[in-house]
Ligand binder design. Structure first.
Ligand code: FAD
Length: 446
C-alpha cells in the first residue's frame, strides 16, 4: 500500500518540538509494532534516564509527598524521550515519503470513492484514504466534524535550563532526577523534570542506525509555571521568561536561579486542551479518518496523549494490513479503527481532564462563567427540572445548553439539535463544572 505524508513544518527541526515525552508500556508496544526493530532499539538507547522519585513540595521545598519510582528496565515498560529525537527517528528512511512545507487546507470527494486533499500552495493529491494526523487544531477535523468541541483547560509556560558542569552543585538534590512539583495554596506553582539521555544520541545512532543523523541534546531541566494572564498567550520567549521568573519570586531561591539560568529563547506557552466525544463519521465520510490529537486531544495530566496517538497508528496500520490481505473490506477496516479510537481515546481524554495533576479542570475563560456556575449550583439540585436546548450529539447522548455559561450532557437520548426539552438534573459537579441531565419525556418547543 502506497503512502505519502504531508507535513506543514518545513523540516523536522523547523520549530522547537517541546521537551520530554513519557511513553508507557502501551505507547512502547505500539512504537515497537510500527518501527523496524533497530529504530525501536534506538528510541530506547536515546531515552531519558528514569526519574528516581516523585515528590510534591511546599514553596520552600519541604516535601509533603515523596515516593521513589520503582526502577524498571527501559524498553517495553515505557521510557521518556526527547520529542525531537523521537521525531527524527520516526522520520528515518522516509525522505521519499514525507513532503515538508505542505499545509493541508481542505479535502473534496472526487466522485469515484477517492478523496482529494488541497494544500496551501495550491497543489493537491488524490488518495483512497486521507488520515488527518494534524494535531489539536486539525484542519481535517474542522471540515469533517465542524461541530467538534475542544475546550481550552488552562495555559502554562514551558522552559528549559541547561545542565552545565556546575549546575548540579547548587540545584538541591530533591529536585534532581525527580518528577518534582511545588504547590502554593494547593495549586501547582512550579514543576520540573531532569532530562539526561542514557547515552549521547549521535553515538547511539552510529551504533544502531549507521547513516542516520540525530541532533545531540545535552542534559537539561524542563520546568513549567502557570500562565494565567491571557494577554501573554502569544507573547515572545523573553516576555514569557520574565513572567515565569515573576511567578516564582516567593518560592525557594534555587527555583528562581533555575529560571534565571534558563535558555531564554526556549521558553514557550502551551495551551492545555481537551476534546469532547464526537459521533462516528464513517457512514457519512468513509474515506477520511483522524488519528491522535486531531480527534481526541487531551490534557497531558496523565501523560496519555502520545501513547494513544501511537496506539491509533498501530491499530490503523493493522486494520489496513488486514484489508490489503483481503481479510476484511477497506470500509470495514476504517470503521473498525474509528470505533476503537473513539472508545478508548475519549475515555482517556475524560480521565486526563479529571486528573489530579491538572489545575482545576474547565477553568472558565471569563469570571462571569464561574459566577453563572456558582449561581446555578446554588439554586439547583439533583431532581430539579430545567429547560435545555440540544446543541450537539454524543455517542452517549447529547450536549445541552441550559442557561448562560451552563452547558451539560443529556444522558441516554438523542433529540435533534435545536430541540427544547424539559430535563431532570441528575448531577451537578461544581468543581468540574459538569452537569448531567436526563429526559422527562416532555418537549417544550422545537
Ligand atoms: C505540555 C505537554 C506535555 C505532554 N506530555 C506528554 C507525555 O509525557 N506523554 C504523552 O503520551 N503525551 C504527552 N502529551 C500529549 C502529546 O504531545 C500529544 O498527544 C501527541 O503529540 C499527539 O500526536 P499527534 O501526532 O496526534 O499530534 P502532533 O504531535 O500535534 O502532530 C501534528 C503534526 O501535524 C502537523 N500539522 C498541523 N496542521 C497541519 C496542516 N494543516 N497541514 C499539514 N500538517 C499539519 C504539525 O506540524 C505536526 O507535525 C503532552 C502534551 C503537552 C501539550
Amino acid at each position: 500500500m502506497g503512502v505519502a505524508v504531508y507535513e506543514r513544518d518545513t523540516s523536522a527541526t523547523f520549530r522547537s518540538q517541546g521537551y520530554r515525552i513519557s511513553l508507557k508500556a502501551s505507547g512502547a508496544d505500539a512504537l515497537h509494532d510500527c518501527l523496524p526493530s533497530n529504530l525501536f532499539d534506538l528510541c530506547v538507547a536515546t531515552s531519558i534516564r528514569q526519574a528516581t522519585r516523585m515528590v510534591f513540595m511546599d514553596p520552600q521545598l519541604n516535601p509533603g509527598f515523596d515516593k521513589p519510582t520503582p526502577p524498571a528496565d527501559s524498553g517495553m515498560n515505557g521510557f521518556g524521550v526527547n520529542r525531537l529525537t523521537l521525531r527524527e527517528i520516526l522520520l528515518a528512511d522516509l525522505a521519499d515519503t514525507v513532503r515538508f512545507g505542505a499545509t493541508f487546507e481542505r479535502f473534496e470527494q472526487t466522485g469515484d470513492g477517492r478523496v482529494r486533499a488541497w494544500f496551501a500552495d495550491g497543489t493537491s493529491t488524490v488518495a483512497d484514504l486521507l488520515v488527518g494526523a494534524d494535531g489539536t487544531h486539525s484542519a481535517v477535523r474542522a471540515q469533517l466534524i465542524p461541530d467538534a468541541i475542544v475546550d481550552e483547560l488552562h495555559w502554562v509556560i514551558y522552559g528549559k535550563t541547561p545542565i552545565t558542569d556546575t549546575t548540579l552543585e547548587w540545584v538541591p538534590d530533591i529536585l534532581v532526577d525527580a518528577f518534582a512539583r511545588v504547590t502554593r495554596d494547593s495549586e501547582q506553582a512550579f514543576a520540573m523534570a531532569t532530562c539526561r539521555t542514557r547515552e549521547p544520541v549521535s553515538r547511539a545512532a552510529a551504533r544502531l542506525a549507521p547513516g542516520l543523523r540525530l541532533t545531540d541534546i545535552p542534559g537539561y531541566f524542563q520546568w513549567i509555571t502557570p500562565l494565567a494572564d491571557a494577554s501573554l498567550h502569544s507573547a515572545d520567549a523573553a516576555v514569557l521568561h520574565r513572567h515565569a521568573a515573576d511567578q516564582v519570586r516567593d518560592l525557594h531561591a534555587a527555583i528562581g536561579r533555575l529560571i534565571a539560568e534558563a535558555d531564554i529563547a526556549a521558553t514557550f506557552p502551551v495551551c492545555v486542551a481537551s476534546a469532547w466525544p464526537v459521533d462516528p463519521w464513517h457512514d457519512r465520510v468513509p474515506n477520511v479518518t483522524l488519528l491522535g490529537d486531531a480527534v481526541h486531544t487531551m490534557s497531558p495530566g496523565r501523560g496519555d496523549g502520545a501513547n494513544i496517538a501511537l496506539h491509533d497508528a498501530s491499530i490503523l496500520r493493522d486494520a489496513l494490513a488486514r484489508a490489503t490481505a483481503g481479510k476484511l473490506s477497506f470500509a470495514d477496516a476504517i470503521a473498525e479503527y474509528e470505533t476503537q479510537t473513539l472508545r478508548y481515546g475519549f475515555a482517556a481524554a475524560a480521565a486526563s481532564r479529571d486528573s489530579p495533576f491538572t489545575s482545576r479542570s474547565f477553568s472558565p475563560p471569563a469570571s462571569t462563567a464561574l459566577s453563572c456556575w456558582d449561581q446555578f449550583a446554588a439554586t439547583h439540585t439533583a431532581g430539579d427540572i430545567v429547560e435545555a436546548t440540544v446543541t450537539g450529539h454524543l455517542p452517549i447522548g447529547a450536549f445541552v445548553h441550559v442557561t448562560d455559561g451552563v452547558d451539560g450532557i443529556l444522558i441516554g437520548a438523542h433529540p435533534a439539535p435545536g430541540s427544547r426539552l424539559a430535563v431532570r438534573i441528575k448531577d451537578i459537579d461544581l468543581d468540574k463544572r459538569r452537569l448531567s441531565v436526563v429526559t422527562t419525556g416532555h418537549d417544550t418547543h422545537a
